[in-house]
Ligand binder design. Sequence first.
Ligand code: ADP
Length: 274
Amino acid sequence: MQLTRELEDTNRGVVALYAELDEKADHLRRADEMKSRFLSNMSHEFRTPLSSIRALSKLLLDRIDGELTVEQEKQIGFILKQSESLSELVNDLLDLAKIEAGKIEVRPAHFDIDELFSALRGMLRPLLVGERVELVFEEPRGVHVMETDEAKVSQILRNFISNALKFTEAGEVRISAQLLEEERAVCFSVSDTGLGIAPENQQIVFEEFGQVENRLQKRVRGTGLGLPLCRKLALLLGGRIELESEVGRGSIFSVVLPLRYGQPAQPAAAEPAQ
Ligand code: ADP
C-alpha cells in the first residue's frame, strides 16, 4: 500500500517535471524565434540607409574628383569603408537569422565545378591587387559536375578564400576539389601559407564573433560571422567543414558536400560508426 502511494507520488512528480520542462522548452523556442525575427527586421531596416550611404559616398568620390582636398577625399573614403564593413555585418547577420529561422531555401541544380572556379577567379581578382599572394585554382580531381546549391558553395568558398588572403602575407592560396568516392561526396579545400591557427583556437573561430588574436587581425576587416555562417551553410547542404592548421605554416579549410544534394554522404571511413 505504502509502496503504491510512493510510486504514485513519484509518478505525479515526474509528470509535473515533464510539464515544466515542456513549458521551458516552449519559452526558449519562442525567445529564439523572437531573436531571429528581431535580427531579420533590424537587418532589413539597416540595409536601405546603408546602401544610400555607400552609393552617395562613391558618387562624391567619382563626381567631384579633383575638387576635393586630400583630407576630404580621405574622409569620404573612410565613410565608404566603414559603411561597407557595416553592410557585410548586416548581410552576415541576416543570413544567419534566415538559416536559424529555417527560411533559407536550398536550390539544387547541376553545375560544373570548373565553371564555378572560373567565376570565383573573376570575382576575387580585385582582392589580389597589390597582394604578394598567388591564387591557384587546381584542376578538379575525379569530379566535374555535382548537384547542389551552387550559390551557397560559392559563398562558402569566397569566405574561405577571402580569409586565406587576409591572413597570408606571402605565398599562395590554393583551391582544389576532389571526389571522395566512398563517401559519394566532393571535398573543396582552400589552403594557405599564412599565419595558421593554434589548436586551442580552432573551435573558437567557428563561434559567432569568434576572432583570435594575431598580428594581422587589427589591420584586416572582419565580422567574426563568416565561418559560423559557412558551417551552417555546409550543414544545410548536408555536409561538414574541416580544419587543419599549424601556426606559422598555414591552414586548410575544407567543406565536404554530398555529390547530390539530398543523398546523404556516406560516413567518412576514418570516422567511428555512430
Ligand atoms: P572574420 O574573418 O570576418 O573575422 P570569420 O568567422 O570568417 O570572421 O573568421 C574568424 C576568425 O578566424 C578570423 O577573424 C581569424 O582570426 C581566424 N581565421 C579565419 N580564417 C583564417 C585563416 N585562413 N588563417 C588564419 N586565421 C583565420
